[in-house]
Design a protein around this ligand. Sequence first.
Ligand SMILES: Nc1nc2c(c(=O)[nH]1)N[C@H]1C(S)=C(S)[C@@H](COP(=O)(O)O)O[C@H]1N2
Ligand SMILES: [Mo]
Length: 524
Amino acid sequence: MTDGPGESANRSDTPAEDSDRPLLESAVVAASAGVAAVGGSYAAVGFTPAFVAAPVSDFVVASTPDAVITWSIQTLGNLGSQLGFLLALALTVGLFALTSAVGIALAARFEVPASPVVAVAGVAAALALTGAAASTLAAGASAGLVAGLASVGGGANRSDSTVPGAPRRRVLQALAGAFAVGGTGAVLGSGRGDEIPAPDDGSVSADVESLLGEAEGRSLDVEGIEPLVSEQFYQVDINNVDPTVDRENWTLRVTGAVEEDVEFGYDEIAGMSESVEHRFVTLRCVGEGLNGKKMDTALWTGVPVTDLLDAAGIDTSGNCCVMLRAADDYFEEFPLSALRNGFLAFEMNGRRLPRSHGYPVRALIPGHWGEINVKWLTEIEVLEREAKGYWEKRGWHGTGPVNTVAKLHAVNHLDGGEIQVGGHAYAGTRGIRKVEVSTDGGASWSEATLSDPLPAGTGERGPSGGRAESAEDAWRQWEYTYEAAAPHEVVVRATDGEGTLQPSEESESFPSGPTGWVSRRVEP
Ligand SMILES: Nc1nc2c(c(=O)[nH]1)N[C@H]1C(S)=C(S)[C@@H](COP(=O)(O)O)O[C@H]1N2
Ligand SMILES: [Mo]
């Protein structure tokens, strides 16, 4: 495969030239078996922690220096983690190619068929990576299968270079096998992992339906921006492969500075019928670019954290903070006061929480950066003294309230020749008072049209205790239409509900979130 273009003529099946090929031939067969092993595992378990590449990916992330990760988050965004995963995938294929090569060599040495030896070697390697039976067996069997395919008609386990054409046929058979198993795996595996049974799926409550309807009705008609309830909700995780949590065996523990540890099951939480509410909440990642797209809104169903703590008689008074822990070994620390306004969500837009967003239960902490909205939540540890969370150990300061932002995501040239600009504005629980647009680089400003605020959730209380007027922690859309004859600079800025204009000074996302006014050059 690495032959230069001019060398292809040498690929003729001249028997004399095959004598130095056994090594290359075995290497290709081993690599094919490696691809097949990974494909087989994927076919069996999909993109779950049982996939053989998942622990390798965790290893890659864990061994990447923090400075590189921070740089990658800021400059590469999602591409960084995608590249990291590709690297992990390549390493995993390499690992299985290596064990297959050892298997082929051993088989040749002892003159036994290669297929079972390669299969056993594959099983051993897979077992070292994941304890999952289906994944392990599929990886081993697939590697063995390809090694077997390669030996059919090709002189069994030995590299039979005396049979003209045999080595080439073996190589082709191995490659075809890798292609077939890898391809089948890709197809079979892509649907797996999200098939956790959820008996309550399918029916959306009338409350949810009406709230989603209101959100749709209040969304501005601007081409190129997300409606008030996002169609594509961003996702940010420390690991490339999300945990698969079994809801029946899942528990949420409250530990630390409490009289006694308390444990809740899923049904206990979802079954708090007096407390279950639907709330619109926006999340924004501290690591995103100023005009990035890691900011989205959903209608979440869950219970207020205080209801749960109070019902269980858990006294948290007098403590400073909490550490939330999760099934993916993520942990974040923040003030107890923030948790007291928090929400434990188990549905998103009327459907059970997707695995990617924290199934079965995640925390939503109003007004704070996304990172403390812990997914796959397993433990609330009450702390008497401050500690550092996952990202704070890496230099970030992302546990506080979000910065105010107005994004500029749409520039539309309308039929009548006018220009329409639009986007979203968000300031956490401070709310958005106004968005202003400048079409002359900041010299003069006009007020943009804002979407009506999203409605309050079913249980959201206002300052005076009665039902709130609008969602406490949700974004708004803005839109501005104007005429222009020459190229110009559009600048956008928001003022929060407390009357504070967002700072114009630009800062990058590290360590405490981006700031500044978004600007963009627009051609008429
Ligand atoms: N368990 C866990 N929770 C997590 C994370 C994580 O990696 N693991 N990432 C956090 C970050 S940095 C953000 S911005 C939000 C993103 O939530 P989303 O993926 O549902 O959009 O989840 C937070 N909660
Ligand atoms: Mo984040």
